[in-house]
Design a protein around this ligand. Structure first.
Ligand code: AMP
Ligand code: MG
Length: 392
């Protein structure tokens, strides 16, 4: 299958150490193990009094205070208590904390309730994480909680997969810059912006090449120059079989084309090539939906592999088809659907006309439903695995 062929030829780009300030969304390259317990010291969970559980029900002399970051130097002896604030170090001798709401205070004497239990109201060292415990696995994407954990363990920078540098080019003499008035027969270069967003969401560092010319030598110069500073070339348009379709011959002349057409709808002309120095080229079809669907199926997993992601594919969920899905005889079809909750189930509703030019079929779609080729199709009511883009 073309998708696995692409992944087999996709390299991991290696790791680099990055300060936490730039780690959001990056992919961890090595496992992180706790080097010390968390919390490192017994830490009060509440504002109250640190006491010995054995002194339950007694009136105790308050001998000092342990605030967060300001530990008290002495220990709690029988008949004494120490005022403690949330995050303060539990002093030696104390084995529990009584909440301020549960005591009576007269001057410097605190009366604590009966029935105190050792361990009450403080976090013991290692309660959250024990030293040596695995914290984050290699291949996870770093979000808020993961970065917070690394910071709590005192790690100022993390080893993460290098981001793929992608050169993005649109082709087609009919294209004009977005914002310029199109002349007769011209259209705005919308794929550039759609693919830029998709590439960035997938972690790529994108360089925009603009609109490539439908002229072989000029196109070749532009691509060869851009590849000097890129790991991946992504183009849209120019991979069909028309006389102005110059991308495929160009890729054949500078690398090896492994895929020149796929049994996919939309996206038949999808092209994949390997280039010198382990670089990759993806020639996406020009039709807007085709370019984004082939991006989902082929490019996104490859960009994730380059960064060392453990999870290359979108998650899937079983959904009940809410419409009769007709199949295409010789091609797998990725139909765009919205999802609706019906009790415990998700029901898939077609986004309407699935024309490859109709971006409205993808805007707001929650999932792609894969319909295998054939003359059968899948009837409404059947349960299929859907590739989830966003949940409703
Ligand atoms: P092509 O793959 O070059 O034959 O293009 C197929 C269709 O997609 C044509 O109708 C093109 O006008 C359209 N198309 C190609 N490139 C773009 C683009 N960058 N933005 C929007 N539509 C495009
Ligand atoms: Mg074209």
């Amino acid at each position: 299958m073309a998708a696995s062929l692409v992944l087999e030829r996709t390299p991991f780009l290696g790791a680099e150490r990055v300060p936490l300030v730039d780690c959001s969304g990056r992919v961890l390259a090595e496992e992180i193990v706790a080097s010390a317990p968390l919390p490192a010291f017994p830490s009060s969970a509440v504002d109250g009094y640190a006491v010995r559980a054995a002194d339950a029900g007694k009136a105790l002399r308050v001998i000092g205070e342990s605030a967060a970051g300001r530990p008290f130097g002495r220990s709690v002896e029988p008949g004494t208590a120490i005022r403690i604030l949330t995050g303060g170090v539990l002093p030696e001798g104390a084995d529990c904390v009584v909440m301020v709401e549960d005591i009576q205070l007269r001057g410097e004497v605190v009366t604590v309730p009966g029935g105190l239990k050792p361990g009450q109201n403080f976090h013991a060292p290692g309660a959250d994480l024990k030293a040596g415990e695995p914290v984050l696995a290699a291949g996870v994407q770093l979000g808020a909680a993961e970065i917070g954990l690394a910071a709590a363990l005192g790690l100022a920078e993390l080893p993460v997969g290098r981001r793929p540098r992608v050169a993005l080019m649109s082709t087609g003499d009919e294209l004009v810059e977005v914002g310029k008035e199109p002349g007769r027969g011209q259209i705005p270069d919308s794929n550039r912006w759609a693919l830029l967003a998709a590439l960035r969401e997938a972690g790529a560092d994108v360089r925009l090449l603009g609109i490539g010319p439908d002229e072989p030598d000029a196109l070749r110069r532009l691509v060869v120059d851009a590849l000097a500073g890129a790991d991946v070339l992504v183009t849209s348009g120019g991979v069909s079989v028309g006389t102005h379709d110059l991308v495929k011959p160009l890729l054949e002349s500078i690398g090896d084309v492994h895929v020149g057409r796929v049994k996919l709808k939309p996206g038949k002309p999808f092209t994949f090539a390997t280039l010198p120095e382990r670089k990759l080229a993806f020639g996406l079809p020009g039709f807007p939906v085709s370019s984004l669907v082939t991006f989902e199926v082929f490019v996104r997993p490859a960009l994730r592999k380059m960064q060392g992601h453990a999870q290359l594919q979108r998650p899937t969920l079983p959904v009940r088809l809410g419409y009769d899905a007709r199949a295409t005889a010789d091609r797998t079809e990725y139909q765009r659907v919205t999802l609706r909750r019906e009790g415990p189930e998700l029901v898939a509703i077609s986004t309407g006309s699935q024309s490859s030019s109709r971006l409205m079929s993808l805007a707001g779609a929650h999932a792609l439903v894969r319909i295998p080729p054939g003359d059968q199709g899948i009837e409404a009511g059947a349960v299929v695995e859907a590739m989830i883009l966003a949940l409703p």
